[in-house]
Every structure is written in C-alpha cells, then in structure tokens.
Design a protein around this ligand. Structure first.
Ligand code: GAL
Length: 460
C-alpha cells in the first residue's frame, strides 16, 4: 500500500564541501585540515584527496540541473570555511562568497530550498596551527564570527542553517582514533574537542537569534549522528548497556542542547575527564536548536562488556568503548552495505522513538541516510535495486515512526553524488561508482529516479 508523508515534508539530498567541491586551491581558497591530512602518506585509502572530487566548484549549474531532474526539493550542502575565510578569520575571499551566491541563486531558481551546514569538518588549517583547532579556547568565538559572516551574506536567501555536522565524528575519529583530520590519538581530547564544538554551536546560534533570525526568518540547529543500539538480550545489564551506548553517542551532544548538560552517566563515568559547562554556557546551550538534525546509518547490538571480549571492538562505531563498558556486535542475519554497515530499518524507527521520548518530541529532520554498494555501470547506467530496497525499508520505518507520533519533518538522502569518502577516499568498496576524477559519479542511478517518484507521489 502506498504511504503518504505529511504535507510540507522536506525531501532532499545532501553533500558536503570537501567531499564534492574540488577546486581545493582555486580563486584564493585557503587550505583546510582535510587538504593537509590528505597530503600525509597513508592517512587516506590510496592516498586519494578531494583536490578535484566531483568538481562541483566548476560544475554547480550542471549539478543543480541534475537535482531538478530528480525532482528533489531541498539540497543540503556545506560551506567551505577556508573558501570564504582563507585563514579562518580576518580577510574575506570574495570569490568564495561569489561561488556560494551562485549556488544559492541557482538552487532557488530551480525551486530547490538550500539547507546549509556551516561546518562539515574542513576547518581552515590556519586555525589548527594558530589556535589549536577545536581544542583552542578561542574557537567558539572564531566560529561564531565565521557563522555571522555567512548569515550576513547568505541569510537573506538561506532559511535553514545547520551549525555543525556530527560533532561525535569530529571528536572521536579526529581526536580519539585519529583516523580523520586532525589525526590526534587520545583518550581525553575527544571530550575536550566535543566541549568546544558544543560551545561554538551555542555561540553561533546566539548570534543568529539575537541579530538575524527576526529579520531573516530562518531556523537554525545542529546535526548529530547516531546508530541504534539494540540490547543483545533482555537482561537488565544488556538493556542498561544499550542505553549507556546511546547516551555516550547521541546524548553526549543532544543532552546539552535539549537539557543544558551532559548525561549523568557520562559525568559519573568520566569524572574530571569530561569538562563542565558554566551556568551561562548551560543556559546558552539549552534550547539552542530549532530542530533535531539526525544522521542515521546503521544498528548494532549492545551488551554489558565482558572482561576479555575486547570491549566494543568495532572501529569507529563504538566511541571510546572502554569508557562505556559496552560490547557491540551485529547479527549474521542482517544484510550489509559494502561499507559493512548493517541494514536494519527497524533500528531507525526505534531511534526516532527514543529521541522523541528523551527530548520531548522535537521536530526531526533526517539530514543523512543512505548506503554504499560497489556497482559497475552497464551501458552508462546503474540498476541499483539494493539501494532502492534500502530506501524503501528506511522510509517505511520513518513512516511508521511518524504514525506513532514522532515529529519527523524531512529526509535527505546521502548523497546526491558519489564522492570523496574521507579516509576511505574513492574506494569502490565505499560506494563510489565511477572513480575517474572530475567525472565522478554523474551516472544515472535507478534509485535517483525512484526517489524522484517518491517525492512526486507525495504531491510536492
Ligand atoms: C557521515 C558524514 C558524511 C558521509 C557519510 C557516509 O558520517 O556526515 O560526510 O561521510 O557519513 O557516507
């Protein structure tokens, strides 16, 4: 039976600057920590980099036409901070401002609503050198100044702002496991970086709310990522482990924004290792998101850690698992994407219900959901049935959540174009269909057509 989504539901697709733009040093752009990270041999699969990527910087009109042909109504992209502020602060690069003006204008002319992320991981390298990046005392202020520049230049046309994409990934992969820029390996730095990310978010929102929101009539929020954690058994210990894993994952960044402070279980377990907020910072954080941005990809089982099992050993998904005492696992029955992320639509529904219960049913926008499959084009096309099945499953789960009262208001597929997948580069395994740089991924995919149909069927 065909399901309809609520009227006004936002249907979109998403990308990020470093993953698609290319033009890494074009027209005065400064280097970002990802430009530098990619230069270090061995950091990225095949030593790939985003120098050209999808060449979106030079082909934006073509890409907007592609979106229009798919029928999508919203496009989430990120601004490259060093493209408009080459040194992170100070002198402006007008060519960068011009590029985003052209993109925004082209989208609006095509009837596509821009959703703009201010930070999707490409910190200006100058700020890493000069003020210790996300560990620096000054960073919240410097971020707020950059954000203000964006509101000032683009806010007359951009009505949907996302401050930070996936602070968890920045903190854990950038400062804990060290597999993403800036590549630091530490047990304590993730909590310090996370703290500064939250303060930076709150300051940018404060600037928007006090100086721009009333005039520009937009909304602003933060996007966090979370997988679902299903208790491995019904035992109280495993149920508590799953809850703890979710609090260390999503609660870490969503509790301060909705409740004004970190989850108790983090405070208890981390003690001094978790920085604390001043009363002023708590007040600024609480209620600092007009919507709940969620990136969701997969599900794992969680159980109470067994002393010898190698706690939470799955790379990248477990956070700093020894802090949580949680073991993670997957069911052999679950189908996997080629990124080895399990396809479990009911996990998406359960996560949405968890968010609604914990945060008093906020408006949720799924700002990323998608899957990677290693596909070979046939006659210049990809018949990607697995991806269609994936979207059917997850959209059905989202619909079920809505029927249960969860206030989901939008859904963005990741991604519009196959692109540079961070430390995995252009590995086919990570879903890149066409690896010839500069001609990346404009291959017509059956799923794009299918998604267009869904959008049209919902009367948009
Ligand atoms: C997210 C990230 C995206 C993309 C995606 C997986 O964590 O925000 O940039 O890497 O995962 O393809």
């Amino acid at each position: 039976m065909r399901k309809s989504f609520p009227s006004g539901f936002v249907w979109g697709s998403a990308t990020s600057a470093y993953q698609v733009e290319g033009g890494w040093n074009a027209d005065g752009k400064g280097p970002s920590i990802w430009d530098v990270f990619c230069m270090i041999p061995g950091k990225v699969w095949n030593n790939d980099n985003g120098n050209i990527a999808c060449d979106h910087y030079h082909r934006l009109e073509e890409d907007v036409a592609l979106m229009q042909s798919m029928g999508i109504k919203a496009y989430r992209f990120s601004i490259s901070w060093p493209r408009i502020l080459p040194a992170g602060r100070g002198a402006l690069n007008q060519a960068g401002i011009d590029f985003y003006n052209r993109l925004i204008d082209a989208l609006l002319a095509a009837g596509i609503e821009p959703w703009v992320t201010l930070y999707h991981w490409d910190l200006p390298a100058a700020l890493e050198f000069e003020i210790d990046g996300w560990l620096g005392e000054e960073i919240p202020e410097v971020f707020a100044e950059y954000a203000e520049l964006c509101f000032r230049h683009f806010g007359d046309r951009v009505k949907n702002w996302i401050t930070i994409n996936e602070a968890w990934v920045v903190a854990i992969l950038g400062y804990g496991h060290g597999v993403f820029a800036p590549g630091k390996v530490s047990k304590d730095l993730p909590y310090r970086a996370g703290h500064q990310l939250l303060k930076a978010h709150a300051r940018a929102v404060e600037v928007y709310r006090t100086r721009y929101q009333a005039i520009q009539n937009g909304k602003i929020g933060i996007t966090n990522n979370c997988d679902w954690r299903e208790p491995l058994s019904d035992s109280p210990a495993d149920r508590a482990a799953a809850q703890r894993a979710l609090e260390f994952f999503l609660g870490w960044f969503a509790d301060p924004v909705y409740k004004g402070d970190y989850p108790d279980c983090m405070k208890e377990r981390l003690g001094e290792r978790l920085p604390s907020f001043s009363p002023e910072e708590k007040a600024l954080l609480k209620g600092s998101s007009d919507f709940f941005g969620l990136n969701h990809y997969t599900t794992m089982y969680a159980s109470e850690a067994k002393p010898d099992a190698g706690s939470g050993s799955v790379y990248g998904n477990g956070g700093l698992s020894e802090d949580q005492d949680v073991d993670l696992s997957v069911s052999p029955d679950w189908e996997m994407t080629d990124m080895q992320w399990a396809i479990v639509p009911w996990g998406c529904r359960k996560l949405l219900e968890w968010i609604a219960a914990r945060y008093d049913n906020p408006p949720v926008f799924i700002t990323e959901n998608g899957c990677a499959f290693d596909q070979t084009p046939v006659n210049g096309q990809v018949q990607d049935d697995a991806r269609i099945r994936f979207f059917q499953g997850y959209l059905t789960a989202v619909h079920e959540a809505i029927e249960k009262g969860v206030d989901v208001q939008g859904y963005f597929i990741w991604s519009l174009l196959d692109n540079f997948e961070w430390a995995s580069g252009y590995s086919k395994k990570f879903g890149i269909t066409c690896i010839e740089e500069g001609t990346l991924n404009r291959i017509p995919k059956a799923s794009a057509q299918w998604y267009g149909e869904v959008v049209r069927n919902n009367g948009l």
